[in-house]
Design a protein around this ligand. Sequence first.
Ligand code: UD1
Length: 339
Amino acid sequence: MKILVTGGVGFIGSHTVVELFNAGFEPVIIDNLYNSSRDVLVGIKKITGQDFPFYEVDCNDISQVREIFEKEKFDGVIHFAAYKAVGESVDEPLKYYENNILSLLILLKVMKEFAVDKFVFSSSCTVYGQPDSIPVTELTPRQPATSPYGNTKAIAEDIIRDHVHAAPNLKAISLRYFNPIGAHETALIGELPNGVPSNLVPFITQTAAGLRKSLTVFGSDYDTPDGTCIRDFIHVVDLAKAHLKALILLQEQTTPNYYDVFNVGTGKGYTVLDLIKTFEEVNGVKLNYSIGPRREGDVEKIYAQSDKVNNVMKWTPEKTMSDALRDAWNWQKKLTNLQ
Ligand code: UD1
């Protein structure tokens, strides 16, 4: 199966390209390199021994997207390409709506023109907001988004659902990711945030590497065992493999107008302090951190109920939080030439 991976040079996209190849799929990458680097392609090549077709193209450019579809004859699309900085989306909402929604519309339109019938979309647990009860199932009601970024995910899910309803030959799945962390175990690809990281694990690894002075833990007065927020941290390689399972499910699917959503998390919640302690233990490093005020917009606690993805897609995570934190640290050490 030839699969278009938009955003295939990004954090989750690059790991998915590797796993697609390992499982016998043929990935083709489109990425505008807005938030990623060409070096990632070198890492992918070192791991797989392959050069995959790569187009430095913006998914918002419909004529270039069309040309690629014409040339490549895809069997399916995995759509990662999107802006993802929660804070930036609050300051520049139009940038987020334009990029994240327009690219989706263009892809769905061009897929229809070329009769490409399998679509996997990167959604997020952000669509649940602060749920009334945890763990969240796919039936847990979505809450109003707390940021324009989060809203683009909710709107995108609705667009896909409505479009599939009107397009009997299209089959689609939205994967609601929990918190992806880690790196490839070879330390050849990993997370490469631009500037100061806003996510927890890259901030931790950069602090441990001496690039940042100290980590601030955002709030210790939440209603959780140690007062810090609870998240469901999932190894990026496990998350990547969920996309393969989604494609296989779509391939085998005979129901017309098939659209479904799946939580992709481990089903376990850990606090921010649990994660910090585990990072220190598995890597034998001491992290400089202090407790600060809450970050605006943070959800207190969320983790997945993952029965649906376990049973329907036959996907279960193979790696632990310790594995992810070890891999993330090995990747950071390689990036900063520490040994
Ligand atoms: C957010 C988004 C999620 C998105 C993800 C990736 C929301 C509600 N969540 O997840 O949809 O997919 O970013 O961009 O929009 N923390 C600290 N100190 C730090 C950084 C983080 O204590 O320096 C804490 C946060 O308060 C939070 C936890 O670590 O409790 C995880 O934060 P982060 O990695 O930013 O992810 P989320 O906010 O959960």
